[in-house]
Design a protein around this ligand. Structure first.
Ligand SMILES: [Zn+2]
Length: 112
């Protein structure tokens, strides 16, 4: 997972196993921190996430992000754009191309 706002790499990532839900599907919560845009997280239940959420801390509450004057809480991934039969055919839930968000904002990371 990369920052859904700038597409940059996270400086901190965490994965929490939430156990087995149904039919042996493993449920994981992935969180990552962008040095410029804060924490984000996504749920993986044997498939890539359809959205990445902005959160106030790892495994915490959703937070709002204002981008281009619009308030957003989540960012749809490339996986969300697939049609249902394409989604069923996904073999690797960790495929980074499926986690990519549709729109990368032109906000430049501050150089400090
Ligand atoms: Zn960022």
């Amino acid at each position: 997972m990369r920052c859904p706002i700038c597409g940059g790499a996270f400086d901190e990532t965490l994965i929490r196993d939430l156990g087995t839900v149904t039919q042996g599907h493993n449920w994981q919560l992935h969180a990552g921190h962008c040095p410029d845009h804060g924490w984000f997280q996504a749920e993986v239940i044997s498939r890539p996430p359809r959205e990445i959420f902005a959160v106030n801390k790892p495994f915490g509450a959703a937070r709002e992000v204002v981008l281009d004057g619009k308030t957003q809480y989540s960012f749809p991934t490339a996986f969300n754009d697939l049609n249902p039969s394409e989604r069923r055919n996904v073999v690797n839930p960790m495929d980074p191309s499926l986690w990519a968000v549709k729109k990368v904002y032109s906000i430049k990371p501050s150089s400090s």
